[in-house]
Design a protein. Structure first.
Length: 218
């Protein structure tokens, strides 16, 4: 059944938590940057020099990318907010940073850190597949008005569905909206935590109209 209206539910708190997790990748960048500078200053030739240059380039690229994303987060967002659906360079440069750590450790000990290599592969895959993953997630966290029912998917594995005739009330306040049903189910939306809260309010106003219409028919 085709939806009458669909509004994405994008949590500001969730985005900040995800951003913090990504920015943690930058923590090892500083010591690795210093290690690369030290390798160049010591005048070590050959592989050690090349590794030092790689460490500096990778660390600098990761730190610059993190700073750019922090600035982007602090800019005011219009509508439903900024959505990044391309490759995620923080993850990509973080994977390169892990490879640099593996090479540095191998140069010192001649031992390969296989778990770190695996982590680098997973991190690179997350960076390259970031856009597809974001589109998938965005498509599942929605408020959808259908011809015969209300559909809310704002929490993993906790989809809320109710026919218009089964909804007893839709209360929309300044910060929260609460939907209750005849069988005692309840779903609360934190409007102050959502990008595009006004669009959500508009959709809920339409939902209130449909509930009233269903009640009048019954």
């Amino acid at each position: 059944m085709s939806p009458v209206a669909t509004v994405p539910l994008r949590s500001k708190r969730r985005e900040k938590a995800q951003a913090f997790q990504k920015f943690q990748h930058a923590i090892p960048a500083v010591p690795l940057l210093l290690a690369g500078v030290q390798a160049i200053r010591s005048g070590e030739p050959g592989v050690a020099l090349a590794l030092g240059v790689f460490e500096i380039a990778t660390s600098a690229a990761l730190l610059a990318t993190v700073i750019r994303e922090i600035r982007a987060m602090r800019r005011p967002k219009a509508g439903t907010g900024h959505a990044h659906h391309g490759a995620h360079w923080v993850h990509i440069f973080a994977a390169a940073l892990l490879i640099a750590e593996v090479l540095d450790h191998y140069l010192l000990t001649h031992h390969i850190r296989r778990p770190t290599i695996l982590t680098a592969i997973v991190t690179l895959a997350l960076g390259l597949g970031h856009g597809r993953l974001q589109r998938f997630t965005a498509g599942r966290r929605v408020l959808r008005l259908e011809d015969d029912r209300l559909h809310i998917a704002d929490k993993p594995f906790r989809t809320f569905r109710a026919r218009w005739a089964d909804v007893t009330s839709i209360d929309v306040g300044e910060k929260y909206a609460r939907i209750t049903t005849l069988d005692g189910r309840e779903r609360t939306l934190n409007l102050s935590d959502l990008h595009g809260a006004e669009e959500v309010r508009t959709a809920l106003a339409e939902a209130q109209y449909r509930v009233a219409a269903a009640r009048a028919v019954s």
